[in-house]
Design a protein around this ligand. Structure first.
Ligand SMILES: [Zn+2]
Length: 65
């Protein structure tokens, strides 16, 4: 039973392994919340990278003219 994720924090129903939501009440699982936080962080990092590249190219372009 190593794969069992545990019980829902809201209604206490046992969760399917790797489930993102509780099957009974629809509450997001702890694992899903962690993944969402991670996804937001990665997205933010990627956005900052794009902004940095755009600013960098703008700066290079500006200094060449
Ligand atoms: Zn639940």
């Amino acid at each position: 039973m190593a794969q069992v994720q545990g019980a829902c924090e809201k209604c206490g129903a046992s969760l399917v392994p790797n489930a993102a939501y509780c099957e009974r009440c629809g509450e997001r699982t702890r694992r899903a919340r962690r993944l969402v936080r991670l996804a937001i962080r990665v997205e933010l990092l990627f956005f900052l990278l794009v902004v940095a590249v755009v600013i960098g190219f703008t700066w290079i372009y500006a200094t060449q003219h």
